[in-house]
Design a protein around this ligand. Structure first.
Ligand code: F6P
Length: 362
């Protein structure tokens, strides 16, 4: 009989409850093991709290809400100097009688939990989640697919209103350091411009592309902007830094307004207000919603495989999705290579360029 803890850490995303469901069901049905939830990740460990988890469908007339519920029933935290409380947290693992811990997190939170696990000699299995999809060594983190679908849905809606008014719609999406979400959803949604942190853009290059579209008879455009999209330094030399609050060189992470509004203002400035722009910031809508079928599938496979690893007593591993199946990799290897960024030479970038999408670097 094993007593397994499970926690969700970092920003929430759709699919977390599917992992919990799969781990609880597989542990119970296959091994008759108990899985308990640790609320609010390291906070719950610190306070030594647990949430009993059962095969949920059995409580609710056979309906299992976890399969299609966004967020996390365990709660999560994405900040906190938990290492300062390391001795108490380390002692909690034993105090709670845990034989193993399943931690679902992004690279930031997995780093903290991995450090704790190494210090405390915990039996840890990690599962990657983040709508940014920037955890290395896995093609898919939980939540990414749903977020891509959410952005594509927004682009679909904005396209018709943009076309009706000949407007340039700027759509700001999440992604402070990694542009996977913008790149995938921009290509899938038919965006005209995709700006990501990994490939610097110029406002001139962007505006030239917009006027080229007009010359082709396309009077509206969809400009997809990751929140960490990076301007070329030459843009600053050309006087396009006026609305930035930081000194040159620090501009990249912190404009006064959001990156989308900043770009809209710069387009207006360069075109003497000829281009009519509107900005939509999708924000946390991208983290909400019910999980897509692919996220449910991957999350379920991860939850099941985490229990398998515990049965084999294989610890210090992160589960990863590679070539359509779940594999495991040393957690340290994945964290060393994270955040995993968009390669400017990647096939997807080439595909975007081949389709005439402006993606920067000129
Ligand atoms: O999970 C990563 C992320 O989605 C980023 O893309 C975004 O900047 C961040 O979370 C925002 O998180 P929060 O508002 O919860 O701090």
């Amino acid at each position: 009989m094993k007593h397994i803890g499970i926690l969700t850490s970092g920003g929430d995303c759709p699919g977390l409850n599917c992992v919990i469901r799969a781990a609880v069901n597989h542990a119970k049905l296959t091994h008759n093991w108990e899985v308990v939830g640790i609320p609010y990740a390291t906070q719950g460990l610190l306070e030594r709290q647990t949430i009993p988890l059962n095969i949920h469908g059995w409580d609710l007339r056979g309906i299992d809400p976890l399969i299609n519920m966004g967020g996390t029933i365990l709660g999560s935290i994405n900040k906190g100097d938990t290492l300062a409380s390391a001795p108490e947290i380390l002692a909690s693992y034993e105090a709670l009688g845990l034989d193993a811990l399943i931690a679902v997190g992004g690279d930031g939170s997995l780093k903290i939990i991995h450090e704790l696990a190494t210090l405390g000699n915990w039996n840890l299995v990690a599962i990657p989640k983040t709508i940014d999809n920037d955890v290395a060594l896995t093609e898919r983190a939980i939540g990414f697919d749903t977020a891509v679908n959410t952005v594509v849905d927004a682009i679909n809606r904005l396209t018709f209103t943009a076309a009706s008014h000949d407007r340039v719609m700027i759509v700001e999406v999440m992604g402070r350091t990694a542009g996977h979400l913008a790149l995938h959803s921009g290509i899938a949604g038919g965006a005209d411009v995709i700006l990501i942190p990994e490939i610097p853009y110029t406002i001139k290059g962007l505006c030239e592309h917009l006027s080229q579209l007009r010359a082709w008879g396309r009077k509206f455009a969809i400009v997809l902007v990751a929140e960490g999209a990076t301007p070329c330094l030459e843009d600053l030399d050309d006087g396009f830094s006026c609305d930035l609050e930081n000194a040159p060189g620090e501009h990249i992470t912190s404009p006064k307004c959001g990156r989308g509004q900043y770009i809209a203002d710069q387009i207006s400035k360069l075109t003497n207000h000829f281009v009519d722009t509107r900005v939509s910031v999708l924000g946390h809508i991208q983290r909400g919603g019910i999980p897509s079928a692919l996220d449910r599938l991957i999350a379920t496979a991860y939850g099941k495989t985490a229990v398998d690893l515990i049965a084999q007593e294989k610890y210090d591993k992160m589960l990863a999705w590679q070539c359509g199946k779940v594999v495991n990799v040393p957690i340290a290897d994945a964290l060393d290579k994270s955040p995993y960024l968009v390669d400017p030479q990647s096939d997807l970038v080439k595909i975007a360029r081949a389709l005439g999408i402006y993606i920067g670097e000129n």
